[in-house]
Design a protein. Structure first.
Length: 123
């Protein structure tokens, strides 16, 4: 499930947003149980139906539980950040290490929107 979440990462507050900062902030929001904040970091969140929002937040909650069951996050590391030539999209590869020593790697696609980097829901 974390790999699926990893493929949905996004925008962060404070200072200039970068794809890496957005991906890290998205993961942090899930870890802390800030589902509203994580949901709002998704591209198209403002166009989602109430049913779609409910389903996505339930998925985020399950990911939070999975993180907690693994002892929480002990480390988050950006392995690479690749911007498209026109600067409108980016891919961020991250590695998350959990308290129990297990790791997950994810490749997240982000889109540069007017209000910062958003996590793409596209596969």
């Amino acid at each position: 499930m974390m790999m699926a979440i990893g493929s949905m990462m996004i925008s962060c507050g404070g200072g200039k947003s970068t794809p890496s900062k957005a991906a890290l902030a998205f993961t942090e929001n899930i870890e802390k149980g800030n589902y509203d904040a994580a949901f709002n970091m998704l591209q198209g969140a403002d166009e989602a139906t109430a049913e779609e929002e409910e389903k996505i937040k339930a998925f985020l909650s399950e990911s939070h539980k999975e993180m907690k069951n693994k002892g929480g996050i002990s480390n988050k590391e950006v392995l690479s950040e690749t911007l498209s030539d026109d600067g409108t999209t980016a891919n961020v590869e991250m590695k998350v290490t959990y308290g129990d020593g297990t790791t997950d790697e994810s490749d997240t696609k982000l889109v540069n929107m007017d209000d910062g980097w958003k996590i793409s829901m596209e596969k």
